[in-house]
Design a protein around this ligand. Structure first.
Ligand SMILES: *Cc1c(COP(=O)(O)O)cnc(C)c1O
Length: 369
């Protein structure tokens, strides 16, 4: 493919728009490097690392404005491991899932396959839309993502009219989208997306009811592998530790991002920044004669991951490749969706002015492709 050069004046200052792992702020990487011989390569059983874990747990509680009694747990393995852990330590008998994209469907697959659980109730909807929770059914846990990252569909977590636990997968939303923690029992995520850190860790803000459930299931005769045992994770988290060795850089970078957000004004500030980027990208797509937001219902459109369909005459693959040749990375749609689509992260770490610049770059290429 012959490269089409985008004039330097149009380019964003930072070309990272990946939806996961997302942009890590250069300032955070420099702060990590500046720890020199004092942090990386020291024991996670000693205070230096424990203080960093405490800083992250406390910073998250502050950023989410967690109600009294909520606790932040952490463990190794990212959100995918957390699904396995939840199938042992949080779902008692039967779960209810909304399934409308790659990530929401994967959690449903976990509980469908778990021999110790009854068949889950799974409500599906077409990618780009979302189904509603059906409360009052015979389940003890409601499971759905805050943001379905594969399609760019958002939902506002809401507690149904019964005492089933509300388990919200906030992997691409945590730290960039407003929510009411009282409406959730477990708000869990990995920090490599909106939290601008790296992968391999899961974090979960748990309500007292969720902690009760963890303790009760751990005391039952259900077998659970130790690495997925949420009671072991709870006991270690209370000591600002993990059961086995965590990635220290991931913890450091997550704490950097949470501190940065809290210093600027907290979740409200971060969400406002994402709203600004979302207004820019969706406004541009709606005004464009060759691009359009994939999610047609405005209330379901994600403020944190934008999916934009391109007109058939313009190949999204070519667009993504030309952007890449100009240093603008990872704008491809989710492969399995198979659409002529761009997917652009609007995470808090991404400058709204860079999202604006990106739209000009896409226009520049569209005229020439
Ligand atoms: C990326 C993502 C996951 C998977 O996270 P891992 O840390 O890679 O396991 C799960 N759920 C959602 C909503 C995601 O965006």
């Amino acid at each position: 493919m012959t490269p089409i050069e985008i004039p330097p004046a149009l380019l964003p200052a930072d070309g990272r728009f990946c939806s996961g792992p997302g942009k890590v702020r250069v300032e955070a990487l420099e702060a990590l490097a500046a720890t020199g011989a004092t942090y990386m390569g020291t024991s996670h059983r000693f205070v230096t690392v424990q203080f960093k874990v405490a800083e992250l747990r406390n910073g998250l509680a502050e950023m989410f404005a967690l109600p009294d009694g909520y606790e932040v747990l952490l463990g190794n393995g990212g959100s995918t491991s957390f699904w396995d852990a939840a199938s042992f330590g949080l779902i008692e008998r039967r779960s209810h899932h909304l399934s409308y994209g790659e990530f929401s469907s994967k959690f449903a697959t976990v509980t469908e396959a778990a021999p110790h659980l009854e068949r889950p109730e799974v409500i599906t909807a077409e990618p780009g839309t979302r189904p509603d929770v059906q409360s009052g059914t015979d389940v003890d846990a409601y499971c759905y993502p805050h943001n379905e990252t594969s399609t760019g569909v958002i939902i506002d977590p809401t507690r149904p009219d019964d005492d089933g636990l509300v388990l919200v997968d906030a992997t691409s939303a945590a730290g960039g989208v407003r929510f009411d923690p009282n409406q959730t029992d477990v708000y869990y995520f990995a920090p490599q997306k909106a939290l601008a850190s790296d992968g391999g860790l899961w974090l979960a803000a748990c309500s007292p009811a969720a902690i009760d459930r963890i303790e009760r299931l751990a005391a039952s005769d259900r077998w659970c592998p130790a690495t997925l045992d949420l009671k072991i994770a709870l006991d270690n988290s209370r000591k600002d530790q993990t059961y086995n060795t965590p990635a220290l850089a991931t913890i450091f970078l997550a704490a950097e991002q949470v501190n940065w957000i809290n210093d600027q004004g907290g979740l409200e500030w971060a969400a406002g920044r994402c709203d600004q980027s979302a207004a820019t990208i969706y406004g541009w797509a709606e005004a464009s004669d060759y691009a359009a937001p994939f999610v047609t219902d405005i209330g379901h459109r994600s403020p944190i991951v934008a999916t934009i369909d391109l007109d058939e005459r313009l190949s999204a693959d070519d667009m993504v490749e030309q952007l890449r040749l100009n240093g603008i990375l990872d704008t491809a749609g989710y492969r399995k969706l198979g659409r002529n689509q761009l997917r652009i992260a609007l995470f808090p770490a991404i400058e709204p002015s860079d999202v604006e610049a990106l739209t000009h770059c896409i226009d520049h290429l569209a005229e020439r492709l």
